[in-house]
Design a protein around this ligand. Structure first.
Ligand code: NAP
Length: 527
């Protein structure tokens, strides 16, 4: 299809896992696509999150592209869970391997995009550039807008957000470091920072559940087996609930004896990783079942942390295990046995202000040289709403989503024709192995664009309403809405409290999307 009156057939925003694969697929269709990327390199989340200890919590062989047999044969992962530098090397390799760079424009932040009927997206960048395309695809990630808490006072030393870590690194050795936040980023970075820092003070507002990663070198035998069975294993990932090879146990936690239950938890704790939540089928839907898993983790924390008072302050309560993203760590709880790690519990003594030399809580001033903000992201909607997106008749996406995101299948939002959102709110996205979900969306969008052959597509508002209701109804059957999580938008003041991802599972969701396409894009309008 020729670009015609627009500069490009398709503009893709973002050059992470999603943007790179989208570009590759569109090239294969002979479409003229341009990727606009805010960062100084490709990699998306793996370009920005360079904090000490940054590592994926999905196993490397599963957290990799499946679309090219050659690629998976050629690339060798060194560890069970890849660290950030290795994943970034992989994405750089992919960009070169498929010669993607000529169509990727770095250091280019998209600030606005507006639909110009009958068929053009006009895109503006921070540098004042104006580009046009017939279709616009967002590949902006779900966790790419950093949340900085804006504490009162001022600190004279340097401070860094984990998701905006300087590319040339930060030397924290011999420094007194404050880490604010104990989500996945904080929990991964604290033990690593503590190895070289003079002192680490952890400012914890809400204790989180964490399970051990049991990371280590990837065994050549396992890798060989995985590669030899690539097709079958990838099919299993695509049809599973979470996009992981987690062997979920179909039994209820309440239908077995205490001994059997304990053995199952112990085996999964020993194996390490997110598969812990697959110990029993009802952990995320039944509070009593959930409490058994929470109690198991509490016992592990008490057994690990030598100071009983510190252990008690680390015990998560108030939210069911798994209702906030489960953390996966290497030596997190044991780090509190080090003489150079102090826990500041913000529930008993909240932060009052930053001072030139540290952080003052209601209790006392903690002198530090550096502040690390591990305070998370304006998740899922944040990266989309950071762009001033305007659809039919100037309709603003910010206005349309004022009470929470509305989309059909997480792929399109009615009133924004020819705009596709990879892993958008309303799709499994962050509840799954992101690579499985990204590949599914990219393949679906590519096929859709091929079949559209230049026509305009939009979501039918009725189909969208029904999907939003379904996303909400399924979430209500689970324990997810019980937590003040970023899944619910609860971490950002003023953000609407709506459960944003689709919790029905990647297999079910994939079938639904395929069925919609097979029924000639049921629920979409074309002109
Ligand atoms: P997060 O889970 O949102 O955690 C942010 C932490 O900062 C929470 O402990 C939060 O406390 C705290 N916080 C926020 N504002 C604060 C304030 N004003 N004062 C004190 N504490 C404050 O963010 P994250 O750790 O960056 O992780 C986000 C997501 O990214 C993860 O859930 C995961 O999906 C992904 N991630 C994955 C990996 C991996 O693959 N291993 C690594 C890192 C991140 P409250 O809980 O009280 O709000």
């Amino acid at each position: 299809m020729p670009a015609g009156s627009t500069d490009h057939d398709v503009i893709i925003i973002g050059a992470g896992f999603a943007g790179l694969y989208m570009l590759h697929r569109l090239r294969g269709l002979g479409m003229a696509a341009r990727v606009l990327e805010a960062g100084g390199g490709v990699g998306g989340t793996w370009y920005w999150n360079r904090y000490p200890g940054a590592r994926c919590d999905v196993e490397s062989l599963q957290y990799s592209y499946s679309f090219a047999d050659d690629l998976q044969r050629e690339w060798t992962w060194t560890e069970r869970y890849a660290a950030q530098p290795e994943i970034l090397r992989y994405l750089d390799y992919v960009a070169d391997r498929f010669d993607l760079r000529p169509d990727i424009q770095l250091d280019t932040r998209v600030t606005a995009a507006s639909w110009d009927a009958p068929g053009t997206w006009r895109v503006e960048t921070g540098g004042g550039e104006r580009l046009s395309a017939r279709y616009l695809v967002t590949a902006v990630g779900c966790l790419s807008v950093a949340n900085l808490p804006g504490l009162p006072g001022s600190f004279r030393g340097p401070s860094y957000h984990t998701g905006r870590w300087p590319a040339d690194g930060v030397d924290l050795s011999g420094r007194r470091v404050a880490v604010i936040g104990t989500g996945s980023s904080g929990i991964q970075s604290i033990p690593v920072i503590a190895e070289s820092a003079e002192h680490v003070t952890v400012f914890q507002r809400t204790p989180n559940f964490s399970v051990p990663a049991r990371n280590g070198p990837l065994s050549p035998e396992y890798e060989q087996w995985f590669k030899a069975n690539h097709q079958d294993l990838r099919r299993q990932l695509r049809t599973s609930h979470s996009g992981l090879l987690a062997s979920p146990n179909p039994d209820s936690a309440l239908a077995v004896t205490d001994e059997v239950r304990g053995r199952e938890f112990e085996a999964r704790w020993e194996r390490g990783g997110l598969g812990f939540l697959g110990s029993f089928s009802d952990l995320l839907v039944n509070e009593e079942a959930n409490r058994t898993a929470a109690g198991f983790v509490h016992d592990k924390i008490r057994a690990t942390v030598r100071n009983p008072a510190v252990a008690e302050r680390l015990l998560p309560g108030g939210h069911p295990i798994g209702s906030k993203r489960l953390c996966v760590d290497t030596g997190y709880y044991a780090a509190y046995n080090r003489p150079n790690v102090t826990l500041a519990d913000l529930r008993t003594a909240p932060i009052r202000e930053l001072t030139p030399g540290g952080v003052r809580t209601a209790e006392r001033e903690h002198p530090v040289d550096v502040i690390v903000y591990a305070t998370g992201f304006d998740a899922m909607t944040g990266p989309l709403l950071a762009i001033d997106i305007r659809g039919e008749g100037g309709l603003s996406l910010r206005d349309k989503w004022r009470a929470g995101p509305r989309s059909y299948l997480g792929l399109m939002s009615a009133g924004f024709p020819n705009l596709f959102t990879i892993t958008g709110p309303g799709s499994p996205s962050v509840l799954s192995n992101m690579i499985v979900s990204i590949e599914q969306h990219v393949d679906w969008i590519a096929e859709c664009l091929e079949r559209l052959d230049g026509r305009v597509i939009d979501a039918d508002p009725q189909a969208e309403d029904a999907w939003v209701e379904q996303v909400n109804e399924i979430a209500k059957l689970t324990l997810f809405p019980r937590a003040d999580s970023w899944y619910m938008g609860a971490n950002i003041p003023g953000k609407p409290r709506v459960f944003m991802p689709y919790v029905g599972g990647v297999g079910v969701y994939r079938d639904k999307c395929s069925e919609v396409a097979a029924k000639d894009y049921q629920g979409f309008l074309r002109s």
